[in-house]
Every structure is written in structure tokens, then in C-alpha cells.
Ligand binder design. Structure first.
Ligand code: SF4
Ligand code: SF4
Length: 182
């Protein structure tokens, strides 16, 4: 058993009934994560996506969670208040079954980092920009077992290896490191 440690758990509560699909959250998230910051915006790069279907009056903001290397074998289907939601509609994973939560140029997985910043933001930006209060930020303290955190670079590499194979990645790294020495 690992050592217990106090940790601040950050959550964004989603009130689906208040979301009108304006997608301001997508815009600000992608702008905040652009390099340099706020230099561009592109919802495809956002770590929150609004699953929308205006004909069925469905707007579900979902923010990006962990990378998954394989599709689920079974799928969930939800019917809430008579509205039938698409399979995977509430899932937060960057996974091979769909295009969301992948950096469009590289295909690398995107994950919400709660707008990590220095100095820290008062609240995550998507929460600040949601004028309908559909996104509610909450913090609580919990005792958790200390875990070994997988670095973002490791997650990115793992997804590239899943996609192209280890051999191809090793070849590419070797070629790039040679060209950097020139
Ligand atoms: S900013 Fe708020 S209301 Fe607009 S799409 Fe995002 S969650 Fe929905
Ligand atoms: S908390 Fe920040 S990183 Fe996460 S979805 Fe909202 S704007 Fe994007």
C-alpha cells in the first residue's frame, strides 16, 4: 500500500439543461492552449467539446479525460427525459473510435488540465466564459494513495507507438536526432 496524501480534487459539474450550445467554452479552451497563448482558436483543439444535435435539443459539454488505446467492446446508450443520446456521447476518452480529443495535426491525445497556469487562474476558463452557468467549478480535499503520475510526454509517445508501431517511432527518433546533430 502506498502512502496517503491530501489532494485537491477539481471538478467541473455540468448542468446539461442550462447549456444552449453556444460553444464559447470550446473557443476559449482552444485559444488558451494555443502556442503562443490566445494566438488562435480552433474548437478541434479544445479539451472540452459540446456534443450537439439542435433537432433533438441536445447539447452536452464533455471535457477530455484519459487516453484509451482501444475502443470499448460494449457501448452505453442513454435515454433521458425521452431524449436518446448517441453512443459515447458522455465519454471523456481520447480513443480510436472517434475524432474528438485529438490534436488535429499530430493526432496526439488532448486532455483537460483544468487550465494550469502561472499564476493560477481563479477558475477554469471554460467555466468563466460559460454565461449560462452550465459549467460549475468545485474543489474538495481528499485523502488519496500516492500514485505514480504518467507524464504527458509518455502518454503522447504511447499513443504514437499504438498508431505507428515502436519500430517506426524508433527509426524516426534516430533520424531526427541525427539531423539535429548536423
Ligand atoms: S459555454 Fe456553456 S452554454 Fe455555451 S456551449 Fe459551453 S457549456 Fe454550453
Ligand atoms: S478546464 Fe480549461 S483545459 Fe479543461 S476544458 Fe475547461 S478550458 Fe479546457
Amino acid at each position: 500500500m502506498g502512502e496517503k496524501k491530501k489532494k485537491i480534487i477539481k471538478t467541473i459539474k455540468v448542468d446539461v439543461d442550462k447549456c444552449n450550445g453556444c460553444r464559447a467554452c470550446e473557443l476559449v479552451c482552444s485559444a488558451f492552449h494555443a502556442a503562443p497563448k490566445y494566438s488562435s482558436n480552433n474548437p478541434a483543439r479544445s479539451r472540452i467539446r459540446v456534443i450537439h444535435d439542435p433537432l433533438r435539443d441536445i447539447y452536452v459539454p464533455v471535457y477530455a479525460g484519459e487516453y484509451a488505446k482501444a475502443e470499448c467492446m460494449g457501448r452505453d446508450k442513454y435515454v433521458i427525459d425521452g431524449k436518446e443520446y448517441d453512443e459515447c456521447a458522455f465519454c471523456r476518452s481520447s480513443c480510436p473510435s472517434r475524432d474528438i480529443f485529438k490534436e488535429p495535426d499530430s493526432g496526439l491525445p488532448l486532455k483537460c488540465d483544468m487550465c494550469e497556469d502561472d499564476p493560477p487562474q481563479e477558475k477554469p476558463l471554460c467555466v468563466q466564459w460559460c454565461l449560462n452557468d452550465a459549467l460549475i467549478y468545485e474543489e474538495r480535499e481528499e485523502e488519496v494513495e500516492e500514485e505514480v503520475k504518467q507524464e504527458d510526454v509518455e502518454i503522447g509517445l504511447e499513443s504514437m507507438i499504438d498508431k505507428y508501431g515502436l519500430e517506426k517511432i524508433m527509426e524516426t527518433v534516430a533520424r531526427i536526432s541525427l539531423s539535429k546533430k548536423d
